[in-house]
Design a protein around this ligand. Structure first.
Ligand code: SF4
Ligand code: SF4
Length: 146
């Protein structure tokens, strides 16, 4: 089954995208993960990044390329992406848990403290096993826990 039928990228597909940081660079850092793979004419992610960490280039249908060395995980590109294709993965907590920031279009907006089950492939980058529970705690970020 391809992405068109499935509706989302698999982890293996995300890892092949030029907007996905190398997994070895995630440790102890907060980085953008760009799940953008459709070669559409679009580049707000590039123009929103003050650090020059995302490049689409002159051919506006090119896939965005992340320079993980420049990215500080500020999330500006995530806020400006019309495709909701950018997540921020934060491994700076130092308590064995990861935090994932994600854009959403839930309506009605879940109340603070609500638990919403979602599939976020970027989260799999930091989850040691598929059995991890993935929760969004609205207003407090998203945490992974066993
Ligand atoms: S998270 Fe911030 S620094 Fe990283 S690519 Fe996005 S805008 Fe640039
Ligand atoms: S703004 Fe979003 S949808 Fe547009 S090219 Fe960048 S990552 Fe892809």
């Amino acid at each position: 089954m391809g992405i068109e039928e499935r509706g989302y990228f698999t982890l293996d597909e995300v890892l092949q995208l030029p907007g996905c940081p190398p997994q070895e660079q995630l440790a102890g850092r907060r980085l953008a993960v760009v799940e953008c793979g459709h070669e559409i004419p679009c580049n707000p992610c590039e123009t929103s990044c003050a650090r020059g960490a995302l490049t689409v280039g002159e051919t506006i249908t090119s896939l965005p390329v992340l320079d993980a060395e420049r990215c500080d995980g500020c999330g500006s590109c995530m806020a400006d992406c019309p495709g909701l294709a950018i997540f921020v993965v934060d491994l700076t907590r130092g308590d064995g848990r990861a935090e994932v920031w994600l854009p959403h279009e839930f309506l009605p907006v879940p109340a603070p403290g609500a638990v919403v089950v979602v599939a976020v492939v970027a989260a799999a980058l930091v989850a040691p096993s598929p059995s991890f529970v993935r929760e969004i705690r609205i207003g407090r970020g998203m945490f992974l826990s066993q």
